[in-house]
Design a protein around this ligand. Structure first.
Ligand SMILES: Cc1cc2nc3c(=O)[nH]c(=O)nc-3n(C[C@H](O)[C@H](O)[C@H](O)COP(=O)(O)OP(=O)(O)OC[C@H]3O[C@@H](n4cnc5c(N)ncnc54)[C@H](O)[C@@H]3O)c2cc1C
Length: 222
């Protein structure tokens, strides 16, 4: 029998090969995922996935969808996870915990475009670069998905050379605000994944200018 991804059928040859497996699967799992707690977390996600087999499991169709269809699919999946276990997937996630990010990528493929960068680059930046007051304000919003963010560091003319970024954040004492400006083509923000598709906010790396003084590259919430 031929295998088919579309029809969810495993070929006879592959099944026969798998039956010949001569190593301990649990041992291999442990080698691959490193800690028992990771395996437990993954098993839990699989259990949740099986609770909504029409929505959550990854499917090749996702790769054939238009961006608009992918967005709709993403929100459907997010709502479902929210219903199943709001705490685990939203309010309680820990952006500093590496494996969690991998789970999102590997287990819920469709959630990667909208949430992968939000959880990793954006929430991690908020977590590590904020003071206590800022963290208390922004982190609950990150976790509750009241905001979805991206990370805007790279510019058309500046990648690894962060010290030379050209975008400025000039303090305006009259309005008590920062004015963010990318004045040249080379200062155009480039590669801020998901910015135009899903995000309401961005951590923008820009040169802090107060008066005539340049304080170098700093992070700003926009
Ligand atoms: C898939 C993807 C997603 C991305 N997502 C984001 C995002 O969300 N937000 C964002 O801001 N950016 C994002 N980026 C941009 C990424 O961070 C930049 O590509 C990175 O900073 C490198 O910059 P660059 O491509 O301009 O390379 P360059 O900085 O021009 O570097 C080119 C090469 O020169 C080498 N090099 C550079 N400087 C030196 C040096 N001083 N000494 C020796 N070697 C050097 C580098 O190692 C590299 O091999 C993304 C990039 C990719 C590929």
């Amino acid at each position: 029998m031929e295998g088919s991804i579309k029809e969810g059928r495993v070929s006879t040859i592959l099944l026969a090969e798998r039956a010949k497996c001569n190593f301990d699967m649990d041992e291999m799992k442990m080698f691959f995922w490193r800690f028992k707690s990771n395996i437990d977390e993954l098993d839990e996600m699989e259990k949740h996935m099986n609770m909504a087999p029409d929505v959550l499991p990854n499917h090749h169709k996702f790769l054939e969808m238009t961006p608009e269809e992918q967005r709709t699919d993403l929100w459907k999946r997010m709502n479902k996870l929210n219903e199943i276990d709001r705490a685990q997937y939203f309010t309680e996630f820990d952006p500093t915990k590496g494996p969690s990010f991998n789970w999102w990528v590997e287990v819920f493929q469709g959630l990667m475009p909208g949430l992968g960068l939000h959880i990793s680059m954006f929430s991690l930046s908020v977590h590590y670069l904020s003071n206590a007051e800022q963290k208390a304000r922004w982190m609950p919003m990150c976790k509750n998905l009241n905001i979805i963010g991206c990370y805007a560091q790279t510019e058309l003319g500046h990648g690894s050379n962060v010290a030379m970024l050209e975008t400025t954040a000039t303090f305006d004492a009259n309005t008590d605000q920062f004015v963010i400006n990318s004045p040249t083509i080379t200062s155009t923000k480039y590669w801020p994944g998901d910015l135009g598709r899903f995000c309401s906010h961005a951590v923008v790396m820009a040169r802090l200018i107060v008066g005539k003084r340049d304080y170098g590259t700093q992070a700003f919430m926009v």
